[in-house]
Design a protein around this ligand. Sequence first.
Ligand code: ADP
Ligand code: MG
Length: 664
Amino acid sequence: MPTIRQLDPHVADLIAAGEVVERPASVVKELMENAIDAGANAITVEIAHGGMALIRVTDDGCGIAPDQCQTAFLRHATSKISSEYDLEAIGTLGFRGEALAAIAAVSRVELLTNQGQGLGTALSLEGGELVEQEEAGCPKGTTMLVRDLFYNTPARLKFMKKDSAEGAAVFAVVQRLALSHPELSVKFIRDGKQELLTPGDGQLKSAIYAVLGRDLALGFLPVKGSGEHMEISGFVSLPTCCRGSRSYQHFFVNGRYIKSRVMMAALEEAYRNQKMVGKFPGCVLHLTVRPNTVDVNVHPTKTEVKFQNEQQVFSTVYHGVLAALNGDQSRPQAVVKSVLPRQDTVTPNQTSLHDMLTPTVAQPKTTPSPFRRVTPLDIPTVTEKKVAPSSSFISRPVVQRTVVEEKPAQARAAVEPKQIPPTVAEEKPKAAALVAAPPAPVAEEKPAPAPQVEKPVVAEVPTPVVEPEPVPVEEPQEPWVVRGELFHTYIMVEQGDKVVLIDKHAAHERVNFDRLKAQDYRPMVQELLIPITITPGPQERQVLLDGQVVLEGFGFQLEEFGAGSIAVRAVPDYLETGDVEPTLLELAKKLRLTGWADPTAARDEVMHTMACKAAIKGGQRNDPQELERVAQKVMAGEVKYCPHGRPVAIELTRGELERQFKRA
Ligand code: ADP
Ligand code: MG
């Protein structure tokens, strides 16, 4: 048996050091946290060669007394906890009195510190051993200089990445600390070049501006919300300002940067169907919880935490972010570059200018065929008999239209719940309800509005038949009027001192989508006497048959039919006959690879496809009333982004136009 011996203290220190000091970034984190604990208002971090050659952290904090300087470098030396009663502080704040000892053990350290009265202290150590200590003149505060990290632990040195990678990791640490302490002015200098300076004015927005840049900061919406025993605050990016990676997501719990799957899932769930696929929202979100409800891993370099109540955290973040997104009424501004004079002449069939200036009312309301049928997705669902529209390209007799009552519930039950935390399933319907357009009775029940007459839209909503819910107090809306259409694609609305251009397809698609997503949505079903037969490819056919139950919830009744075909026996009534086949084929194509394995995603895909297919199309002529109705939804702020995250409307101000014409 080999003899058991106690480790040499120096070896023990090196082992302990390895746990605390992994790389330059962990040194910087510890030194910055010490500076914050010392009450600093300004911290400067300077590195050379990714921090491997040099790390210098300077603060204007309280400084260290001359007789304490050596003590600070001893293991388990801390001024922050003294008894076992303070032990909880280890869990919450990570004070272990180990950082300086660990850093000093694997580098050459110089300390320069002054408490603000008289001379200060200069002290140097090598591999944790004192080299010298002397009096020194220096300003109040502390400078820690760490050179030649891991010079005495070659094994560790080998694991270091390139200077650029280590430097980037240091920068990330500095940025996070700057974002979690807007009251601190943080400066970062890499190889002699200043890369960051936050103002330290206490405003999170200023810190974000400095750290994440102007572009993102301007596209940030404030978040403020609370849940049971917790609060969420900070900023999230506009759906149109989402980025190609998650690197702009910053989560903090009780002021500490953390990585949290739950918070990330909640954030992204709030953007569901509001942003483009493959884009990620950016955020700086601070969650405040009771310290004893979060388990901060005691290892100081770890950033993962465990929440006692993950569902609460999910729901607090989710609702906080969703409220911020829904509360935003701003629209993207049209970017107008300086105009070059053009020599254009108006040709006889160039109608756009005429169209622009002619109020939509001038178009004959009874024009039969060039207009696409008004899509009645947002019309109250009632049982009625109806003949098939004659414009259909597959004509067929229609026997009956019924409101589906029971089946969607089953269909929904069959596909819920979702894969992310258990709360999602419960929370989702609420989310849908929040986003959904109220089933307001519209145009069909009232005479067509005269677009030329300027009127407050709010006052026009007809009295609902059902007892209304208490109406939230809204700011009175400025009157607006539809001035026409551009390229049969953009509805032009004048409101006060601005023009709003609405992408009619995108806006209508959103209206449809919200309606489909609404909890109370029940499809109006048209049963077909003669079914429509479609012949998709074998894979597509299987996907459609696999999704029968879900599709039934949306009004489609599919049946296997011989020779690789499918018979469609019933369809949702708002889809034009001619759109049934393209809708199902497109859906099958989209779901061919993923199938129905992720029920929520698959359902979203169904709703996306249907919303898009049922929407009015850009480039097509539409009934003016239909345009008016779409405009109404947009102007009331009910729709802002299409289900793919593109804005449905942009604004052009009178001031901007006047600048272009050199009037102002
Ligand atoms: P801990 O931070 O867990 O207490 P450290 O090893 O990081 O342990 O620091 C040891 C002690 O040195 C601290 O408790 C503090 O008293 C002192 N100290 C370290 N850095 C600074 C600083 N920048 N300003 C003032 N005091 C400091
Ligand atoms: Mg410390």
